[in-house]
Design a binder for this molecule. Structure first.
Ligand code: CO
Length: 461
């Protein structure tokens, strides 16, 4: 048999995001990149998702620089990123010109594969990014966000797979961000997709509920082209099934993962002290490492669960966690069952926390929920609560047609505003994506440079 199975190592992006809130600085992995390039992975997921925001906000790093650095060390393995379609890496919809420029620059700076998803599974929200990725010579991976709800049927998923294929995607990904896809459902869904579409199907899951490794194994048995895993020290819990364990098991079953377990050992040894430091300093909360069956009931993705814990801990209300976990599915139903993935997971999570802590449902409605109800995020998968629409919007009517067509181009204004602060188109895009964080970063960079110049003048004197 020896059927090939592609392994995507996600330690630098999703494991980093799911276990330690994306706080891993470049210094923690720069020394191991060349070794990672030799492991035999199909791809390394290294960028996108929350990494961009986190670089600017917490790590004092230029995200583009991080990507170029990784590319300079990883010469053979494909580099992969996660992109939220029309949201790019932010939390709102951007204009088409921004989406196109961002996608093109991502490919130019070293990305091979862009996994493009939309929180609502609305193909219209993925179309611009897919089109530009293909034009830029990248591999466009169209994504099906897996969720459980009365309106998310098997047929709907297969139909979405066909649509994404017809849009030109090079592959498909079933994205189980909450780790709630059972092994049997995964087997049936992958089997159906493999039968109905010609492009390869990849499966992404999390270990949150303990189903992850079983689900990935069934994915492979059903004919998936590849799976996502995390190096063992950063695997498990809200993160992903362990790379070494899956490779070990699959190779023994006669599959060919192409991954060298000896090299994995070296990679794992490198990350052990990193993990130990995060654990010691509190950046890694041990509670995210255990199996939480609650997610099967509440469908809380890994990142969302740790965010809810963090939010409640910050206001000393962790005792309200059970109430918030019960409120979450109710808010979701009111919003027409959006899958719980960024930015919908934050939107639903924050609203659920607000509903519990203010002692009354929808006493405060967030700006984001109002925008969503107005139609600024695309089409809701199901019926939204008309009562809530009335409460949130009053007499205002939701938008008809494609909201993105109404967004003015953002780049010219940003360029003019930044002036000499921006040294490249990438700087401008950072600002468009995250204005506050990017401006603070760019100002600090300029000050540091000015300081350096004055030092060297002094030295010269
Ligand atoms: Co994920």
């Amino acid at each position: 048999m020896n059927k090939q199975v592609h392994i995507t190592e996600v330690v630098l992006r999703d494991a980093n995001q799911s276990q330690i809130a994306t706080r891993m600085p470049r210094s923690d992995f720069e020394g191991i990149l060349e070794t990672m390039d030799k492991a035999g992975y199909y791809s390394l997921e290294v960028w996108g998702g929350a990494t961009f925001d986190s670089c600017l906000r917490y790590l004092d790093e230029d995200p583009w620089d991080r990507l170029r650095f990784i590319r300079s060390k990883v010469k053979n393995t494909k580099l992969q990123m996660l992109l939220r379609g029309q949201n790019i890496l932010g939390y709102k919809h951007y204009s088409d010109d921004t989406v196109r420029a961002f996608v093109r620059k991502s490919v130019e700076n070293g990305i091979d594969i862009i996994r493009i998803f939309d929180a609502l599974n609305d193909p219209q929200n993925m179309a611009t990014a897919i089109d530009e990725c293909l034009k830029a010579g990248g591999h466009a991976q169209g994504t099906i966000c897996y969720t459980i709800s009365p309106i998310h049927t098997f047929e709907k998923y297969v139909e979405l797979g066909r649509t994404l294929e017809s849009m030109g995607c090079n592959s498909l990904c079933i994205k189980d961000m909450a780790g709630i896809m059972s092994p049997q459902v995964c087997y049936d869904l992958v089997s159906a997709l493999v039968k109905e579409v010609k492009i390869p199907v990849y499966v992404h899951s999390h270990s949150t509920t303990g189903l992850g490794p079983l689900t990935l194994m069934k994915a492979v048995e059903a004919g998936a082209a590849g799976i996502d895993t995390a190096i063992s020290i950063f695997s498990g819990g809200t993160s992903h099934p362990s790379t070494e364990s899956l490779v070990y098991a699959l190779d023994e079953m006669g599959y060919d993962c192409g991954v060298d377990l000896k090299v994995c050992q070296a990679i794992n040894n490198h990350f052990k002290p990193v993990q130990a430091r995060f654990l010691k300093e509190g950046g890694l909360n041990p509670s995210v490492l255990t199996t939480k069956i609650d997610a099967l009931n509440y469908q809380i993705p890994g990142g969302m669960l740790s965010n809810l814990i963090a939010q409640l801990t910050a206001v000393d209300k962790l005792d309200k966690l059970d109430e918030v976990l019960a409120e979450t599915p109710r808010v979701r139903k009111d919003l027409g069952y959006p899958p719980l993935v960024t930015p919908m997971s934050q939107m639903v999570g924050v609203q659920a926390v607000t509903n519990v802590l203010t002692g009354g449902r929808y006493k405060n409605i967030s700006k984001e929920v109002k925008s969503y109800l107005r139609g600024e995020y695309g089409k809701a998968p199901g019926e939204v609560s008309q009562e809530l629409v009335k409460l949130a919007l009053g007499d205002e009517k939701p938008i008809e047609g494609r909201y993105d067509d109404t967004i003015e181009p953002e780049i010219p204004g940003a360029k003019a505003y930044l002036g000499s602060l921006a040294e490249s188109e990438e700087d401008v895009l950072s600002y468009v994506a995250f204005p506050q964080q990017a401006e603070a970063y760019l100002r600090e960079r300029q000050e540091k440079k000015a300081l350096k110049v004055s030092y060297s003048i002094e030295e010269a004197e």
